[in-house]
Design a protein around this ligand. Sequence first.
Ligand code: ZN
Length: 201
Amino acid sequence: MDQIQIGKFIAESRKARSLTQRQLADSLGISDKTVSKWETGKGLPEVSLMLPLCGELQITVNDLLSGERVSSTNYQKKAEENMMELMKENEENKRRMVLSVICGGITIVAVCALIAIAAYMPLPTAARIALIVFALAVAAAGVGAACMLDVKAGYFECPNCHASFVPTMAEYVKGVHTITKRRLTCPECGKTAMCRHRIVR
Ligand SMILES: [Zn+2]
């Protein structure tokens, strides 16, 4: 999917309906920055906004994802291509999410085993300390890898303006979180809120 092409097409379709970015944004209940982001190819509309957006622009989702008005002769072919691409992206994100969980699990087991050895095996003090230091290093590496995979899996959605975004690693790590939400600052509206983690846009 060509984000630049899709962005140009959104801009064209919006102008054809003589709407400003602001008017389009207002009718979708989002910020005009989000519309501008789409039109400059810096992001795709998230799935829940695609139908309302296409309604406003009087285009189909197939047109939107193709970045042009699709002729009726290759409509089905284009639709299938677009569907496959969306599914592929979804799958990659799911795989990263699963890897992240496995990575976290292995880390916990490894660290517990190392600490148990350090605590219960008859070892010289220096070896005990070395084992604990090693356990801490494994913990740090494992948590780091799990976070890296998780942050790349999908997007976070702002509850205020419904923008979807990928946070920086630093922001991600310091954000207070639950299983599905994380406290982040939205790059679109600047508000800090509990943002939902989504696999697909
Ligand atoms: Zn926001």
